[in-house]
Design a protein around this ligand. Structure first.
Ligand SMILES: [Ca+2]
Length: 416
């Protein structure tokens, strides 16, 4: 728009300029140009002279796109303002960012800083201590489980291996051989022997308590998984079981045949480990049954070798807990010469020719007389009150007898 206007002014100006000031009179010829130009004041030749221009009102018809231009200009103005706002915001942002920059380490720390640092240090120490504690706990757990595994059996195995190695590499006169005489490897019972690869039936030395003497025991290594220490056997009847308190205390008979191991030894064996009791029986008709007790313990002599037995299973019936009135559990041991029974009017041991944990008097008596045939009279033979036909009326009042009885024990946790 400006350029069009300038052109028009220039055009008229040139027209006026083309005429001489003296031709002013000829106004009509020049009246077509609405712009009037005339000197303003006295002007001589070749002098600078002021001129006055008179411009008429001017109306220009602009193309309609100019409206758009106006809007664009407005938008442009708005954009400029936005840009300016953005710039301002940016500056503020930068200022804030500068302020939040970490302080120069040369600056002296404030009390707040020091407290924060102390807290951080304590937190770090606590974290380290917690990790250390966790590690220690893990190590304790590992040690605990290791020590549980390192039971006596394993220690003995290790000792045996060391001994074996030493023996193989040692001449007979070396100092180790003389020291060897003082080293003893202990086996608590037949199950320990079995674990040491001694799997044949036989007589083995066992040491249930190291403060007491070792003794020989008959080991059944072949029946029911092996590892059984036999505490009583009746198979041929050549050994009398009508014995004194002292004899039952020490044991009697032949370990390869009929015998009673001895109450002191049975006490030590059942004290050393939790024991299972297994009783095998065969009657004269060839019927074989068994009774098993998952818990079996015999107290010491001071407590009169009291019996503690429970958790029956088997086929022969639970004659040790026959009834309320005939219950051998928790009863003292009695012999013909020592009455610890529950029968007030007499001595059960004497009456039945046996040493046993009598009640008043009995529903079982495995130490009764060994009869090799059915018998009459007092029921003083080997007896098991829950035997399948024991209460049946026998012809002519004969009583059932047993061909064999074996009582044996094994640790509860034994794994064949
Ligand atoms: Ca009595």
């Amino acid at each position: 728009m400006k350029s069009a206007f300038s052109l028009l002014v220039l055009f008229c100006f040139l027209q006026v300029r083309a005429g001489h000031p003296e031709q002013e009179h000829n106004k009509t010829e020049n009246s077509a140009c609405p712009i009037r130009l005339k000197p303003n004041g006295q002007c001589g030749d070749n002098e600078e002279c002021p001129y006055q221009v008179t411009l008429p009102p001017l109306t220009l018809q602009l193309p309609k796109q100019f409206k758009m231009l106006e809007r664009v200009m407005k938008d442009l103005q708005n954009l400029k303002e936005d840009l300016s706002n953005l710039k301002r915001s940016c500056l503020e942002c930068k200022q804030q960012a500068d302020e939040s920059q970490p302080r120069n380490t040369d600056e002296a720390p404030t009390a707040e800083d020091e407290t924060g640092n102390d807290l951080k240090e304590i937190q770090s120490k606590l974290k380290k201590m917690s990790i250390s504690l966790k590690n220690t706990k893990n190590q304790i757990n590992i040690l605990q489980s290791s020590s549980q595994e390192m039971n006596e059996k394993k220690v003995e195995e290790i000792v045996n291996n060391v001994l074996q190695n030493k023996l193989e590499n040692c001449p007979h006169d070396c100092p180790f051989m003389s020291a060897l005489k003082d080293i003893r490897v202990f086996y608590t019972d037949c199950s320990d022997r079995y674990s040491n690869q001694e799997v044949k039936n036989g007589i083995y030395l066992v040491t249930p308590d190291r403060h007491n003497s070792s003794f020989n025991a008959s080991c059944d290594m072949e029946s029911f998984g092996g590892g059984w220490t036999v505490i009583q056997r009746r198979v041929n009847g050549d050994v009398s079981f009508n014995r004194t308190w002292k004899e039952y205390k020490d044991g009697f008979g032949d370990l390869r045949g009929d015998f009673w191991l001895g109450n002191d030894k049975i006490h030590l064996l059942t004290k050393a480990k939790d024991m299972v009791l297994r009783i095998e029986m065969e009657d004269l008709d060839g019927v074989r049954e068994y009774a098993k007790y998952a818990q079996f313990y015999v107290s010491n002599e001071y407590l009169k070798y009291r019996l503690s037995v429970s958790s029956y299973s088997g086929t022969a019936g639970d004659s040790l807990h026959f009834s309320k009135h005939y219950n051998h559990d928790q009863k003292f041991f009695s012999t013909p010469d020592k009455d610890n029974d529950m029968y007030p009017s007499g001595n059960c041991g004497s009456y039945y020719s046996s040493g046993w944990w009598f009640d008043a008097c009995m529903a079982s008596n495995l130490n009764g007389i060994y009869y090799n045939k059915k018998y009459k009279g007092v029921r003083n033979g080997i007896f098991w009150g829950t035997w399948h036909n024991i209460s049946d009326g026998q012809p002519n009042g004969y009583k059932q007898a047993f061909k064999s009885v074996i009582m044996m024990i094994r640790p509860k946790n034994f794994n064949p």
